[in-house]
Design a binder for this molecule. Structure first.
Ligand code: SAM
Length: 222
C-alpha cells in the first residue's frame, strides 16, 4: 500500500495544471483576497473551492450553509453548483470584506442565490434551525473560528438532512494536530473535534489530506 503523497511544489502545480477549472472571476477574487492581511492563510485553496462545487452538485443540493464568509470564495464556488432556485446562506461575524464578496458574486451572476448574514456562526445556525427546521439543508461548510467548530458541527448535523454532508476545513491545522508542543486553543479544539468525529456513529467519515485537511461527514440515513 502506497503512502499519501506529499503534494507540494511542482506536483501541486501539475495537479492544478491538469484539474483546475478556473475563470476570471475566481482568479480575480483569489488575487484580491491574497493581498489582504492574512488573506492567503484564510482563503480556501482553488482546488478546495472546486471540490466544494463538485460536492454541492453530487448532493443535488438546493440549500447550502457556509460558516465563515470572508471575501466570499467558498460561497461563490458552492453557489455556482446550485440550481437557479438554490440558496447558499453564508455568515460571518464581520462584514468587513463583504463588499469584495458581493462584487464578485454579482460578476459571477450568482448573487441572487447567496444570502449573506452577519452574526456569530452558532447564533446563525440556531436561527436557521428555527427558520428551516431540522434535516432541511443539503450541505454545510464550516470554515470559521476553530474553537467554535464543535458547536458548528453539532448545529450543522441538526440542520443537514440524512445523506447530507458536513464539510469541515482545516482539520489538519497546518500540521499542528500532531505536534505535542502545540497546545493553543485552536489546535486543541481541532484535535478534540477530530477525536469526536472518529467515534461519531451518526456520520460516515473521510478526512482528505488535501489543502489544510478537509473532513467530510455524511449524516447517516438511519
Ligand atoms: C478562514 S476565513 C473563511 C474563508 C472563506 N470560507 C473563503 O472561502 O475564503 C474565516 C472567517 O470566519 C469568520 N469568523 C470568525 N469568527 C466567527 C464566528 N464566531 N462566527 C462566524 N464567523 C466567524 C472570520 O471573520 C473570517 O472571515
Amino acid at each position: 500500500m502506497a503512502n499519501q503523497l506529499d503534494v507540494a511544489g511542482d506536483l501541486l502545480a501539475y495537479v492544478r495544471q491538469v484539474s483546475l477549472r478556473d475563470d476570471d472571476v475566481l482568479r480575480d477574487l483569489r488575487e484580491i483576497t491574497m493581498e489582504l492581511p492574512a488573506g492567503e492563510k484564510l482563503l480556501v485553496m482553488a482546488e478546495e473551492g472546486q471540490l466544494l462545487e463538485l460536492l454541492v452538485g453530487l448532493c443535488g443540493a438546493r440549500r447550502v450553509v457556509d460558516v465563515g464568509t470572508f471575501t466570499g470564495y467558498s460561497a461563490l464556488c458552492m453557489a455556482r453548483a446550485l440550481p437557479p432556485d438554490g440558496t447558499v446562506v453564508t455568515c460571518d461575524i464581520s462584514a468587513r470584506w463583504s463588499t469584495i464578496a458581493v462584487e464578485h458574486w454579482k460578476r459571477a451572476e450568482v448573487a441572487d442565490r447567496i444570502d449573506f448574514r452577519i452574526g456569530a456562526g452558532k447564533q446563525i445556525l440556531g436561527d436557521l434551525l428555527a427558520e428551516f427546521g431540522a434535516d432541511s439543508v443539503d450541505l454545510v461548510f464550516i470554515d470559521a473560528d476553530k474553537t467554535g467548530y464543535r458547536d458548528y458541527y453539532e448545529g450543522a448535523l441538526r440542520l443537514v438532512r440524512p445523506g447530507g454532508l458536513v464539510v469541515i476545513d482545516n482539520t489538519l491545522f497546518f500540521g499542528r494536530v500532531i505536534d505535542p508542543a502545540a497546545q493553543d486553543a485552536d489546535t486543541v479544539a481541532i484535535r478534540a473535534l477530530n477525536d469526536l468525529l472518529r467515534d461519531d456513529d451518526r456520520v460516515d467519515l473521510a478526512l482528505l489530506p488535501m489543502g489544510d485537511g478537509i473532513t467530510l461527514a455524511r449524516k447517516k440515513l438511519t
